[in-house]
Design a protein around this ligand. Structure first.
Ligand SMILES: NC(=O)c1ccc[n+]([C@@H]2O[C@H](COP(=O)([O-])OP(=O)(O)OC[C@H]3O[C@@H](n4cnc5c(N)ncnc54)[C@H](OP(=O)(O)O)[C@@H]3O)[C@@H](O)[C@H]2O)c1
Length: 240
């Protein structure tokens, strides 16, 4: 049986990844920062014994190291760095063009640094900690959940913290791919589309079910030739 490890598995795309991989017979290592409050995930896990829930805050090194130690013998076929924040500030919920601290004239340095820890440093540390698990597996795939909003080519206004921390995440992905592809590991960044979650808002184009269905198909089809790529939810190449 194959195993997937997810961050941010308690809601949004993360929870949908849990449902679809578990329904497909995978072992699912579903991590989130507050398992005691993760009602939907806990309910699902209670009915699906192949889903293990554990605490993991991607901004806390001790949390990452403790879990990697606990799970050190489990091969991880697919590691999905899904957890992310739109803003490192107080803002939660749907994206708006006036997200505080992310517009010229009102930049919030501390919020930006918090977003950097969650969106860039966190996935790097999680990947570093669980690399031995991925190396042990048959699947050998690492996914960074990125966004079209990180695209330097597109150069759109607003959401400076979000765009820049995800662009940096793509660089994390590239440097890792440059190191581990020769060992047979595939590392990619994926854009899920604009999806109806707390982050994407209800106006978004895609339901999480459809986005995750597409992303899983792309992940399934990844080969070594894809390592280092930034792809959309149909496997198309995204502009950097
Ligand atoms: N929705 C879209 O349209 C869209 C588009 C492009 C890319 N994305 C990317 O897709 C990924 C999932 O987003 P989503 O739409 O599902 O957003 P969401 O509904 O807001 O969920 C975000 C998830 O990340 C978790 N998270 C945040 N900070 C964390 C931390 N420090 N440690 C562990 N988990 C943390 C959240 O946990 P808590 O519940 O504890 O906050 C939550 O589970 C993100 O990386 C996002 O940037 C989304």
């Amino acid at each position: 049986m194959s195993t997937v490890l997810l961050t941010g598995a308690n809601r949004g795309l993360g929870l949908e990844f849990v449902r679809q991989y578990a329904a497909d017979g995978w072992d699912v290592l579903a991590t989130c920062r507050h398992p005691e409050k993760a009602d939907a995930l806990n309910r699902y896990a209670a009915e699906h014994p192949t889903v293990k829930v554990a605490s993991l805050d991607v901004t806390e090194s001790t949390s990452i190291e403790a879990l990697a130690e606990r799970w050190r013998d489990i091969p991880v076929d697919v590691l999905i760095n899904n957890a992310g924040v739109l803003s490192g500030g107080a803002s939660t919920g749907p994206a708006t063009q006036t997200d505080p601290g992310q517009e010229w004239g009102g930049l919030d340095a501390e919020a930006w640094v918090r977003a950097f820890r969650a969106n860039t440093v966190g996935p790097a540390l999680v990947t570093e900690a669980f690399l031995p698990n991925v190396r042990k597996s048959q699947g050998r795939k690492i996914v960074m959940v990125s966004t079209s909003m990180s695209s330097l080519t597109r150069g759109q206004p607003g959401f400076i913290a979000y765009r820049s921390t995800k662009a940096a995440l793509n660089m994390v992905m590239r440097t890792l791919a440059a190191e581990v592809t020769s060992e047979g590991l595939v590392v990619v960044s994926l854009h899920p589309g604009w999806v109806q979650t707390d982050m994407g808002g209800m106006e978004a184009e895609l339901r999480p079910e459809e986005s995750v269905r597409r992303l899983r198909r792309v992940i399934e089809g990844l080969t070594l030739a894809d390592s280092g790529a930034f792809l959309d939810n149909q496997g198309g190449v995204m502009p950097w």
